[in-house]
Design a protein around this ligand. Structure first.
Ligand SMILES: Cc1cc2nc3c(=O)[nH]c(=O)nc-3n(C[C@H](O)[C@H](O)[C@H](O)COP(=O)(O)OP(=O)(O)OC[C@H]3O[C@@H](n4cnc5c(N)ncnc54)[C@H](O)[C@@H]3O)c2cc1C
Length: 186
């Protein structure tokens, strides 16, 4: 069976994830990156892994599945590089309209079976004393399934996976044109 050769443009989180997945399935992938790994948005993201407030429902489910996949990927990794921090997320609002919006969102998330817990401000102060919760804070909502990702470690792992699966990354390689002929990169 002939090996598929596939080019991926851009070594950010998405390009590298797609490249790893294709390489894992047997393709010979070359990632072309005009600058360096993580030169784009992937280095400036908040990297909050969540499905909190994503609509419509189909998009919510896609993001909820992505959280599970992130956790699975990290758990499978047996060496020391850890990119995923299972911190959960706390959220609260100060004014009445904002509190109502947050409560509506929480109700919708509960209907979708998304993990949500309610805490008092004092409970949060005890759990995380570093967080300052103002006296006007309403209910505190905790989303225990949400995570934070460290993009540099995650991308470094994705690049290492390319090498495992017989694929490669070319940095300082800008793609300037796409053609249907077999003339290689320009
Ligand atoms: C402020 C901010 C906060 C965010 N917070 C979150 C968050 O909390 N949670 C979340 O899930 N998402 C968040 N996002 C979105 C997330 O960061 C992006 O969806 C993600 O980083 C996109 O990854 P990417 O690989 O598609 O793009 P990029 O990381 O931008 O990678 C694209 C790469 O392509 C390269 N490139 C471009 N053109 C060419 C070319 N012609 N030839 C070769 N290489 C090329 C670039 O140099 C770059 O390295 C946030 C975004 C921003 C801006």
């Amino acid at each position: 069976m002939s090996v598929k050769k596939i080019a991926v443009i851009g070594a950010g989180v998405l390009g590298l994830s797609v490249a790893r997945s294709l390489a894992q399935q047997g393709a010979k992938v070359t990632v072309f990156e005009r600058s360096h790994v993580g030169a784009g948005t992937s280095s400036t993201t908040f990297a909050w892994i969540n499905s909190n407030g994503k609509t419509p429902e189909s998009y919510h489910h896609l993001n909820a599945l992505a959280i599970d996949e992130h956790i699975r990927l990290q758990q499978e990794r047996t060496t020391e590089g850890h990119w995923l921090k299972a911190t959960g997320t706390y959220e609260w609002a100060a004014g009445a309209p904002e509190q109502k919006r947050l409560e509506d969102r929480v109700s919708r998330l509960l209907e979708l079976n998304y993990p949500v817990q309610n805490l008092s401000a004092d409970e949060l102060r005890r759990k995380v004393p570093e967080i300052r919760v103002g006296s006007h804070a309403g209910d505190i909502w905790y989303f225990p399934g949400e995570c934070l990702l460290v993009p540099s470690i995650f991308m470094a792992w994705l690049v290492s996976e390319l090498h495992v699966y017989n694929s490669e990354l070319k940095t300082q390689s800008e793609v300037t044109e796409l053609t249907e002929e077999k003339i290689g990169q320009r």
